[in-house]
Design a binder for this molecule. Structure first.
Ligand code: ATP
Length: 270
C-alpha cells in the first residue's frame, strides 16, 4: 500500500504554456522553487536562504497541481506526489513512516519536487477533542516538519504543499523554515478563463472560430477544471451528432447542460 500512495513521475508533461492565467503566481512559484534548483549559487552569493517550502492555497481545480508538475518538468526534476489524506493512517507510527519513506524516495530521485496535496489533512489546527487519532495525526505532521528541518543537507529537493482549506491550517507549519512562502491561487478571471478555454481547445477539431470571450463571460465562477469539462462536453455533443468538428453551438449546449446539472445538483453523464 505504501508505494501506491505515492505518485512518481520522472518527466511530467505539463508545460508553463499549458497553464492559463496565474502569470504572477507562476512567477512566484518559479522564484521559490526553480531558482534554488537551477541557480543555488545566487542565494549563496547574496547570503540568503531560499524559501523552505511553498504553500499553494485556493479553490479546487485551479491549477495548483499543474504548477508543481510544470516546475518539475521545466527543471528536469522528478515529480513526487502524496495526498495528505494518505498520510492519515490507522496504525500508530504508520503516518510518520510514510513521511520518512517519502523523503527517502525524494533523496533517491533528486532533483525532485515533492508535492503534498491536501496538506490540511495532517496540518489542521488542533481542536479540543484529544482523541488518539488526533495525536497520531499530530505526530505525522511533526515528522514532516522534522524532515523539512533537515533540508539543508538534502540538496536538490523542493517541497510544495497545497490546500483548499487555508483557514483550517495550524499556524505552526507556516513559521519561517517551514512553509514560509504562501501563494494564493485564485479562481480564474475573465481573461484567464478565455486563455484556459483556448488552451483546452488547442487539440480539438473546431468547425469555426469559437467566441472565447462570450464563453468566458458566461462561465464566471468556473474553475480551470470545470472549463476543461466544458470543452470535453462540447466535444461529446459533436460526437452524439455524428460530426467530427465542434461548433460554437456545441459549447453553448454543453454550458446549458452543465448549468442545468448544477441547478439540480446531479452531475451526470447523460
Ligand atoms: P485540487 O485542489 O482539487 O487538487 P488543483 O488546483 O491542484 O486542484 P489541478 O489538478 O492543477 O487543480 O487542475 C485540474 C485540471 O484542471 C488540470 O489538469 C487542467 O486540465 C485543468 N486546469 C485547472 N486550472 C487550470 C489552468 N489555470 N489552466 C489550464 N488548465 C487548468
Amino acid at each position: 500500500a505504501r508505494a501506491q500512495a505515492m505518485e512518481v513521475d520522472q518527466s511530467p508533461s505539463v508545460e508553463y504554456e499549458d497553464i492559463g492565467g496565474l502569470d504572477e503566481e507562476l512567477r512566484e512559484v518559479r522564484e521559490a522553487v526553480e531558482d534554488p534548483l537551477v541557480n543555488p549559487d545566487q542565494f549563496e552569493h547574496v547570503g540568503v536562504e531560499p524559501p523552505s517550502g511553498v504553500l499553494l492555497h485556493g479553490p479546487p481545480g485551479t491549477g495548483k497541481t499543474m504548477m508543481a508538475k510544470a516546475v518539475a518538468n521545466e527543471t528536469d526534476a522528478t515529480f513526487i506526489k502524496m495526498a495528505g489524506s494518505e498520510l492519515v493512517q490507522k496504525f500508530i507510527g504508520e503516518g510518520s513512516r510514510l513521511v520518512r519513506d517519502l523523503f527517502d524516495l525524494a533523496e533517491q530521485e533528486e532533483p525532485a519536487i515533492l508535492f503534498i496535496d491536501e496538506i490540511d489533512a495532517v496540518a489542521a489546527e488542533r481542536t479540543d477533542s484529544k482523541t488518539s487519532g488526533d495525536a497520531e495525526v499530530q505526530r505525522t505532521m511533526m515528522q514532516l516538519l522534522n524532515e523539512m528541518d533537515g533540508f539543508d543537507e538534502r540538496g536538490d529537493i523542493r517541497i510544495i504543499a497545497a490546500t483548499n482549506r487555508f483557514d483550517m491550517l495550524d499556524s505552526a507549519i507556516l513559521r519561517p523554515g517551514r512553509f514560509d512562502r504562501l501563494i494564493e491561487v485564485p479562481e480564474p478571471d475573465q481573461a484567464a478563463r478565455e486563455r484556459i478555454l483556448d488552451i483546452h481547445t488547442r487539440g480539438m477539431n473546431l468547425a469555426e472560430a469559437v467566441d472565447y470571450a462570450a464563453l468566458a463571460r458566461d462561465t464566471e465562477g468556473f474553475s480551470g477544471a470545470e472549463l476543461e469539462s466544458l470543452t470535453t462536453e462540447a466535444g461529446m455533443f459533436a460526437i452524439r451528432d455524428g460530426r467530427e468538428t465542434v461548433t460554437m453551438a456545441d459549447f453553448e449546449d454543453a454550458l446549458e447542460k452543465i448549468q442545468r446539472e448544477e441547478e439540480n445538483g446531479t452531475p451526470g453523464y447523460a
